[in-house]
Design a binder for this molecule. Structure first.
Ligand code: BEZ
Length: 210
């Protein structure tokens, strides 16, 4: 069955480039970006994992751990790591799960036979400190993901967890946000100060905490 937003991310134990990992223990109280790629030694995947390695500082600032997965064996991942570093300019600094049995890929519904074969598509699961799945993305094999968007949605999730606001279309950190419907305009003004009511249901306020 597909994993839905709000579900607890299934736990698993798997071999990775950093040894055996029990997912929930490894993740601990961090956020996690669990993302699948179709195959090692392929061009789009090499750029994606290189880009993820280059984002380590941004992920650390946000208490996020990245972990990749494909159905290739760990020896293949380890050999490929050199190419990821060559192409992306940063050494691999997160684990890649080896899932030749497809146990994890099938649990997370990462294999879409209509996309060509029995390897994983480009899935992303953003999982919060309580192990809840907070956001999912699924891209086809031919289209590389936008990792700026992955960082942006983590910022939006963390902001909307700590303040009673929502983020509008195309929001970028620092821009104005929307007062959540649960908050009355009177209460929003008390809480945030400046509130602009464009419609009774659309109230803008500067991003709290900026
Ligand atoms: C790639 O990473 O370039 C790729 C992998 C599998 C299918 C298509 C593209």
């Amino acid at each position: 069955m597909a994993i839905r937003l709000g579900d607890i991310a299934p736990d698993f134990t798997a071999e990775t480039t950093e040894g055996t990992i029990a997912f929930h223990d490894w993740k601990d109280s961090s956020w996690a970006v669990l993302f699948s790629h179709p195959a090692d030694f392929t061009p789009v995947c090499t750029t994606e994992l290189g880009r993820t390695a280059s984002l380590k500082e941004e992920f650390d600032k946000r208490n996020v751990k990245a972990i990749a997965i494909s159905v290739d064996p760990v020896e293949s991942h380890l050999e490929w790591a050199g190419d990821i570093a060559d192409v992306g300019g940063t050494a691999l600094n997160f684990p890649i799960i080896a899932d030749p049995s497809k146990a994890v890929s099938e649990t997370y519904d990462m294999i879409h036979p209509g996309e060509g074969d029995t390897s994983t598509v480009r899935s992303v699961f953003i999982i919060d400190p309580a192990n809840k799945v907070r956001l999912t993305l699924t891209y086809p094999k031919s289209v590389g993901r936008n990792f700026d968007e992955v960082v942006r949605v983590i910022d939006a999730l963390q902001l909307t967890d700590r303040a009673t606001v929502s983020t509008p279309a195309d929001w970028q950190p620092g821009e104005r946000v929307i007062v959540a419907p649960a908050l009355s305009t009177v209460d929003a003004k008390e809480k945030f100060g400046e509130v602009e009511e464009v419609k009774p249901y659309l109230r803008w306020t500067p991003q709290p905490g900026v």
